[in-house]
Design a protein around this ligand. Structure first.
Ligand SMILES: [Zn+2]
Length: 338
């Protein structure tokens, strides 16, 4: 059933699409185009981030659109802030329901989607396993990453046919014009849509209320994602925003305060890590220290990659030093050992 907490902001409606993990739901936005005054044709809609492909999500979409009196063929385009499965996964299904309408994503985002969910997915899962092994994760836990990653494939299938969109473009929907902003860090190729005149933003997972967006070091991706994340936040802090529509939790108005909180959170975490690296530690040892040991595979992946993102950031600033043992395991420490 559609959740009663779905909200309505003028032409913008928020739909909570269920997720089978601890985030619980992702926000999809359905935005009605403002019709010309003499128009007698049916309303047309833009969908942002349709969700993960599960039977529950399909049911919520089908029932909600019916309740709202919207047919799938009234959707004229689907926009994706980023390639993560909980945003991208249902796009192919919805594209088919809507009669092959454009699904738009950044080129970088699409490259990642193909690597993670297309033909290269088995190779990618193995690269992730190798990355974690090199940072001290136990073999038995690293092995779990392969079936875990492969398990997402049905939830992101069918793959949509993608039309690219990039920073610098403007998109008009719901009677408003949005600037596309490239905001990497949470995901490479992540885009935000900013309505400068209306002071609103669709910010995907780059800025979330109440929860801290995950920043992950991943194989073959952004070599310093936390640096990208912080730079993106500093840029976003300059925007005029009075209403933000995030990918999770509720739309919020405290934009500048929230951006500042996220920057402070990471600065504090970096200091914490630096202070604990008096003696050499692996990424996994530090991960356990920060996130504990009773994690699901899903949580462990986020925790490991988040820890590594911080370590790489500190290493690039020469605040910590990296060294390798003979068996290829990487250690980080505050002072050179020699
Ligand atoms: Zn995400």
């Amino acid at each position: 059933m559609a959740d009663e907490n779905n909200l309505n902001y003028g032409e913008i409606r928020r739909l909570k699409v269920p997720l089978p993990f601890s985030l619980r739901y992702v926000n999809s936005y359905i935005i009605r185009d403002v019709p010309a005054e003499d128009a007698d044709s049916a309303d047309r809609y833009t969908v942002i981030d349709p969700g993960l492909h599960t039977s529950d999500a399909v049911q919520v979409w089908t029932e909600t659109l019916e309740a709202w009196g919207i047919a799938f063929d009234q959707i004229r385009q689907i926009l994706l802030t980023h390639y993560h499965p909980d945003h991208y996964g249902l796009a192919g299904w919805m594209q088919q329901q809507a009669g092959g309408v454009p699904v738009r994503l950044s080129r970088l985002g699409h490259e990642h989607a193909v690597r993670l969910w297309g033909d290269g997915h088995a190779e990618y899962a193995n690269e992730l396993r190798q990355l974690y092994l090199s940072h001290g994760l136990d073999v038995s836990l690293a092995d779990l990453m392969v079936p875990h990653m492969n398990g997402f494939v049905p939830q992101v299938s069918p793959q949509p046919v993608i039309t690219y969109m990039e920073e610098g473009e403007q998109l008009t929907f719901g009677g408003r014009t949005y600037n596309l902003l490239h905001t990497p860090g949470h995901a490479w190729g992540h885009l935000c849509f900013h309505d400068e005149a209306g002071k609103t933003i669709f910010c995907g997972d780059q800025v979330l209320p109440l929860i801290t967006p995950n920043v992950s070091l991943l194989p073959g991706s952004d070599p310093n994602p936390l640096n990208s994340f912080m730079i993106s936040l500093q840029d976003l802090e300059q925007l005029d925003v009075e209403q933000a529509y995030p990918g999770h939790r509720d739309p919020f108005r405290t934009w500048h305060e929230r951006v500042r909180e996220l920057l402070t959170h990471h600065e504090e975490r970096l200091t914490y890590i630096e202070e604990h690296l008096i003696a050499p530690m692996t990424g996994y040892e530090l991960c356990r220290l920060m996130f504990g040991e009773s994690l699901t595979v899903h949580q462990l992946r986020f925790a490991m990659s988040e820890t590594l993102a911080h370590l790489v950031y500190l290493r690039e600033l020469k605040r910590v030093v990296e060294s390798q043992t003979e068996n290829g395991v990487t250690y980080f420490h505050r002072q050179p050992l020699y």
